[in-house]
Design a protein. Structure first.
Length: 143
C-alpha cells in the first residue's frame, strides 16, 4: 500500500466513525423522547396566500419528523364565528378581496406630535419626566 491508499482508508474510517457517532446520538435522543415525551414543532409551507401545501411536524427532542402532504391543497378559512370575525366569518381566504396597497387603520401613522412633551433627561431609575403643566392649566380653565 502506498501513502494515498492509507489516506483514503483514513478518510473512509473517519466517515464511518462520524456515521456511527450520529447513530448513537440519534439513539440517545430517541431514548430521551421515549422517557420524557416528545416536544413538537410545526412548520407550515405555503406557496401562495391562504393555501397550505405541506405541514411538517418535528420532534425537537429526537429530530423525528412527519410530513403531511394533502392530495388537494388545504385552503385556509376564517373561523365561523360572526361575533369575533364579523361578515368575514366562515369565508375562505381565497374568496376575500384584500388590497395590500392600502394600510389598515390600525397601522396608519400620523405626523401629530405626542400630547405630552417628554424631557430629554432620564432619571437614574429608568423613567422619563413628563411636563404636565399644560394639561393642568387646561383643566383649571375648564373649571
Amino acid at each position: 500500500m502506498n501513502k494515498e491508499d492509507y489516506e483514503k482508508q483514513i478518510q473512509e474510517l473517519n466517515e464511518q466513525a462520524l456515521k456511527l457517532e450520529k447513530t448513537i446520538q440519534t439513539f440517545n435522543h430517541l431514548q430521551n423522547a421515549m422517557q420524557f415525551g416528545h416536544e413538537f414543532e410545526t412548520h407550515v409551507h405555503s406557496s401562495e396566500f391562504g393555501k397550505i401545501d405541506l405541514i411538517e411536524v418535528i420532534c425537537t427532542v429526537s429530530g423525528a419528523n412527519y410530513l403531511i402532504e394533502p392530495k388537494t391543497p388545504m385552503l385556509m378559512e376564517i373561523p365561523n364565528d360572526p361575533r369575533a370575525f364579523g361578515d368575514l366569518a366562515g369565508k375562505k381566504l381565497k374568496d376575500i378581496e384584500i388590497d395590500v396597497g392600502q394600510p389598515s387603520q390600525e397601522t396608519t401613522e400620523t405626523d401629530e406630535k405626542p400630547p405630552l412633551p417628554l424631557e430629554s433627561s432620564l432619571d437614574p431609575d429608568g423613567t422619563y419626566k413628563v411636563d404636565v403643566s399644560s394639561i393642568m392649566n387646561k383643566r383649571k380653565q375648564e373649571e
